[in-house]
Design a protein. Structure first.
Lengths: 323, 346
């Protein structure tokens, strides 16, 4: 801004200011250094993960990804259980959180009485700042008993023998398991996604929305055919960031998922995620192969997250190309 | 104004950090989380009395062994004793500090603490899923006169690698051939059935929330949460209560003198009162100390703990070692030498 106005207001003589020039050079170098450091850190991290996990990857090969044996006694490791747990909980969490986050955002921007907008918006942002271990403790001590009593037991009782519902609901009805972990994850990523979506919806120019209303559109129609398409690209980014957080979430999941390395067979079954397995076992991993396998798990998570972010980029690019 | 306040606060933080760094002792240790509360209490009292401060980081037994092998700490701590061969390979000396017990706890409506009796073989059958219901004939045979509920058993174990799990699974391996060959013993194992809670509190929470659940926790947890425990059959065939007195009995009857490098598991020890799932926690040190003065400081600290630390240990529900064992340990310290080959502690 000031640069644009400078030529007009500055005196016609060229200012020689060696001090300022030096500052500019240092500033440029610092910025360049900051960006390079980030890349170096990323590369180093990837390199360390490959190096640390190499013994496990070499010994178990592709089977590391496809077998569900995780046995520290015999030193044989396969990560299919944690990988499946990670993907299923993250996908379920997203499926639960996305509609609710959208609802919160639309309510705040379109329907909410003006005086309430700010307090509710702040509350949503506040929720996003709660540390994950607090969600974990709340999940284990408060949510799990209620979930067991009011969801798991009724669902198990309602399942007809041999039905698909029975298959999905076998397990221990004590409030832990894959579905519980997914719900806790959904609650965790919801405020983050709702806050981002709200910010996005606020960028829709009032004139556009008002014209739609002026044409006689209902709120639902305005949301569906005007504001949502307007923010679509940004919304995909917000969703992918939420998914990224769900994939890597550690403590809250560890508390409630039941921590079994077997391949999860139902929604109420105990499972594990990559992050929870690492958090559980890294401190006491005593054999080199155990440590290497946990580091290899970290590499797998790195790759999964990378693929998710890559997909998000690809979708964004397609959207931009279409527009 | 706010900025100034922030700057002042930041400066205060830096000053505080600098002073604590200065005050932090030159001696550092790292390892097992199970004895961390008592080690921290001891270092606190030791500092108050002698002015010498130690820094103990509870990073887990596996981490403690790695750190002492890499010589990044002055002593390591582990709940899992190292075998004499491993000690020799690493040039390490090992000695026990305190004793604790692992307690099977359960949630059975209508059953009070100490009402259920079990053998080690029963416990192994439950944990491998062979006994599935509380009114199983095998359990009923052990508990005549007790109305056992017709409830499915939910097995709860630790999800994180832990010395508690090592003791528990080693005990099951000793008592049941099936367990030894199918599952084995370690800090973490491939559990045939059940679900995992994070830490003692995670296991305790799952047990409390699930009618019909059984789990295992450290004694302090069972006591503080007033959980329903089982009486276990010990080597003498008696059913004993998990309490400090019975852990001490197991430690007293153990043959420490004939255990090279103090490699001794206190599991299933003889004696009428000995609790069968008892274990000591250990300290690891290099036998060749690069700095004799530092080695001496570490041993002086543990000597002080043996002399003055028993009340603190008792308050935190650990059991102190018998006096005879402490004497044996002090004698064993003669193999910790300085660069000149002379013992650092006399």
């Amino acid at each position: 801004m000031s640069d644009a106005t400078l030529p007009r207001t500055a005196p016609p003589i060229r200012r020689a200011n060696p001090k300022g020039a030096l500052v500019a050079v240092v500033f440029e170098w610092l910025c360049c250094g900051a960006a390079t450091m980030l890349l170096v850190a990323l590369g180093w991290l990837l390199f360390s993960l490959v190096l640390g996990g190499w013994p496990a990857l070499r010994k178990f090969g592709f089977g590391f990804l496809t077998t569900a044996t995780w046995n520290p006694v015999t030193d044989v490791y396969g990560a299919a259980g944690p990988i499946m747990g990670t993907l299923v909980t993250a996908a379920l969490a997203l499926a639960i959180a996305l509609p609710i986050a959208g609802g919160v955002a639309f309510f705040l921007t379109e329907l909410c009485p003006a005086p309430l907008r700010r307090p509710i918006g702040t509350a949503v942002e506040l929720l996003a700042g709660i540390p994950s271990i607090v969600y974990g403790m709340w999940g284990l001590f408060v949510f799990a008993p209620l979930f067991s009593r009011f969801v798991q037991l009724p669902m198990m009782a309602a399942a007809a023998p041999g039905s698909l519902l029975e298959k999905l609901t076998t397990g221990i009805p004590n409030g832990s398991g894959i579905l519980s972990a997914s719900i806790i994850l959904a609650i965790m990523i919801l405020p983050f996604m709702a806050a981002t979506l709200r910010e996005l919806l606020l960028t829709v120019p009032a004139s556009v929305r008002e014209s739609a209303y002026g044409l006689g559109a209902t709120t639902a129609e305005v949301v569906m055919s005007v504001t949502l398409p307007y923010v679509r690209t940004g919304a995909i980014g917000a969703v992918m960031l939420g998914l990224g957080r769900a994939l890597g979430e550690t403590m809250a999941v560890t508390f409630i998922i039941g921590n079994s390395h077997t391949f999860p067979k139902s929604l109420f079954d105990s499972g594990s995620t990559i992050a929870s397995t690492i958090a559980n076992e890294f401190t006491e991993a005593s054999t080199p192969m155990h440590t290497a396998s946990l580091i290899a798990l970290g590499l797998v998570l790195f790759v999964i997250t990378f693929i998710v972010l890559g997909l998000a980029r690809l979708m964004l690019r397609n959207q931009v190309a279409k527009a | 104004m706010l900025k100034k306040l922030g700057a002042a606060f930041g400066a205060a933080l830096i000053v505080a950090a600098a002073t604590t760094a200065q005050a932090a002792g030159s001696i550092s240790g790292a390892g097992a989380t199970f004895p961390a509360p008592v080690y921290n209490k001891w270092t606190e009292e030791y500092k108050a009395q002698t002015g010498i401060s130690l820094n103990y980081q509870p990073i887990g037994s596996g981490g403690g062994i790695k750190q002492i092998n890499a010589s990044t700490v002055d002593f390591g701590a582990s709940d899992k004793p190292l075998k004499p061969d491993d000690l020799a390979a690493g040039g390490l000396a090992m000695f026990p500090t305190v004793v604790g017990g692992v307690v099977p706890v359960m949630n059975l409506p209508g059953i009070k603490a100490g009402q259920i009796r079990m053998t080690g073989a029963n416990l192994a059958d439950i944990y491998r899923g062979a006994i599935k219901k509380w009114n199983d004939p095998l359990l009923a045979k052990m508990n005549p006169g007790v109305q056992l509920p017709n409830l499915p058993i939910t097995v709860v174990h630790r999800s994180d690698g832990s010395g508690t799990t090592f003791l528990f699974t080693t005990y099951l391996s000793m008592k049941a051939q099936h367990w030894a060959s199918e599952v084995g013993a370690n800090d973490a194992v491939q559990w045939p059935v059940g679900l995992g809670g994070k830490g003692n509190d995670g296991v305790a929470a799952f047990v409390k929330q699930t009618p019909g659940a059984i789990g295992y926790v450290e004694y302090a947890y069972a006591k503080q949460n007033a959980m329903t425990y089982a009486l276990m059959q010990n080597k003498d065939g008696r059913f004993v209560t998990p309490d400090a007195k019975n852990f001490a009995a197991a430690a007293a009857n153990a043959k420490w003198a004939s255990a090279p490098g103090f490699y001794l598991l206190l599991l299933d020890q003889p004696g009428p009162d000995a609790w069968p799932i008892t274990g000591a926690t250990f300290i690891l040190m290099h036998t060749k100390q690069a700095d004799a003065a530092k080695g001496k400081e570490v041993l002086s600290f543990f000597d002080w703990c043996y002399k003055n630390g028993d009340p603190a240990a008792g308050q935190l529900d650990y059991v102190a070692l018998p006096a005879s064992v402490k004497d044996l340990i002090r004698k064993s310290w003669s193999k910790v030498t300085g660069p000149d080959g002379k013992p650092v502690y006399r």
